[in-house]
Write a protein that binds this ligand. Structure first.
Ligand SMILES: [Ca+2]
Ligand SMILES: [Ca+2]
Ligand SMILES: [Ca+2]
Length: 388
């Protein structure tokens, strides 16, 4: 997901990220997920591969953001356990919190972990009981509303009071919805897709499907034919690129695919590297940032032409805690080069050097782990502080 609010005035110049002098490897140490207090300096605990060429000029960090932070209420179900004020990209974080599967919610938290906005997803949107599935999507729109994708149900735009101001019902939806600059909405289907389904559709504000893409037109052949792992492709992301093409993530195929507006495959990427990839984004330098379910799970930046991994962050965990970290399902590059990474019960902000500078954890492990094991966090979006 992209950042929507850009700081009006950047107050100080603190250059972070994109270092060409990053260490080749750091650690190993254990990385606590429930440290007792914050801010906490957490030792690096991951493998870092340096980026050989700086990608782009990092955007300076507005350090006055903290004083202007919106305030909310602490919530016993979540806690910020790491907060390095001088190194984060400040703002709020918008996420779907599924830990209570009966009452899944969308929350926006500040850097202290205070909930500044909460929306418990109305059961009316499901016409009854909520679907016990984590693959909801949420994004903040330019008009301040929230776009919500509910699997097997549809897309809902709600205002901050929770009123539905627009919707598009479609049972064939999962994982990802994106509002496009032209006002249309691009959405994904792959939760339980069959060979006859469209894996991506674009719908206009008046509900007309104006574009769709069928994997069967290109991949109904060996070695893809007959795959069945929670669907044929289990496509889990759609992204409209600046060149008008669309990036898709057919998870079960172990690759990413870019298609042009006619639907033709322009290129495939990540073969041999990707394992259940989630939420890819194309970076300005042409590389791809994606959450990858290798062993261990990692957020990786790779060169799509060569397959070379140029950066990665693979969180470590104490014995028996893996289930609380993995799977990683989202990795967003922030303007200062940091990366926001969403795991099952923890969200990290890490620097280019691999230092964890912000960490949000689920404290309510009992509720989370009593449910289906994959009902934790799913994706998160950092909303930049609007510095005056
Ligand atoms: Ca989305
Ligand atoms: Ca997307
Ligand atoms: Ca993302």
């Amino acid at each position: 997901m992209k950042l929507l609010r850009i700081p009006a005035v950047l107050i100080s110049i603190v250059v972070l990220g994109c270092s060409s002098t990053a260490p080749a490897a750091v650690g190993p140490t254990t990385q606590p997920t429930d440290a007792p207090s914050m801010p906490t300096a957490t030792p690096p605990a991951f493998v870092v591969v340096p980026t050989p060429v700086p990608t782009s000029e990092p955007t300076p960090v507005p350090t006055s953001a903290v004083a202007q932070m919106p305030r909310g209420k602490l919530d016993p179900a979540i806690k910020v356990t790491v907060y390095n004020e001088g190194k984060v990209w400040p703002g709020t974080t918008l996420l779907n919190d599924n830990h209570d599967a009966e009452w899944p919610r969308i929350i926006e938290v500040n850097m202290l972990g205070e909930v500044v906005w909460e929306y418990v997803i109305s059961r009316d949107l499901w016409e009854g009981e909520p679907l016990r599935s984590m693959d909801k999507d949420v994004e903040l729109l330019a008009n301040g509303n929230i776009l919500l994708g509910l699997p097997k149900r549809g897309i809902f735009e709600i205002d901050r009071s929770g009123e539905v101001v627009w919707s598009h019902l479609d049972e064939k939806i999962s994982h990802d919805v994106d509002r496009l600059p032209n006002g249309n909405t691009l959405y994904n289907f792959g939760g339980t897709d069959t060979v006859d389904d469209a894996q991506a559709k674009e719908v206009s504000p008046d509900g007309e499907v104006v574009w769709s893409w069928h994997a069967k037109d290109h991949f109904d052949r060996e070695p893809y034919r007959g795959i069945d792992d929670l669907g044929w492709t289990h496509n889990n992301a759609v992204e409209r690129l600046e060149n008008g093409n669309t990036l898709l993530s057919p998870r079960n195929f172990g690759l990413l695919v870019e298609v042009d507006p006619s639907g033709s495959v322009v290129r495939t990427m990540g073969e041999g590297l990707l394992n259940h990839a989630h939420d890819p984004e194309l970076l300005p330098n042409g590389n791809i940032l994606v959450a990858n379910h290798a062993k261990p799970h990692a957020a990786i930046e790779f060169n799509p032409d060569t397959g070379e991994v140029v950066w990665q962050f693979a969180p470590t965990y104490k014995k028996g805690k893996r289930r609380f970290i993995e799977p990683l399902r989202d990795a967003d590059r922030l303007p200062n080069g940091n990366v926001l990474i969403t795991g099952y019960g923890v969200i990290y902000e890490v620097t280019r050097e691999g230092e964890i500078v912000w960490q949000l954890v689920l404290t309510d492990k009992k509720t989370a782990l009593n449910g289906w094991q994959y009902l934790g966090f799913y994706k998160a979006q950092r909303v930049s502080a609007n510095i005056k």
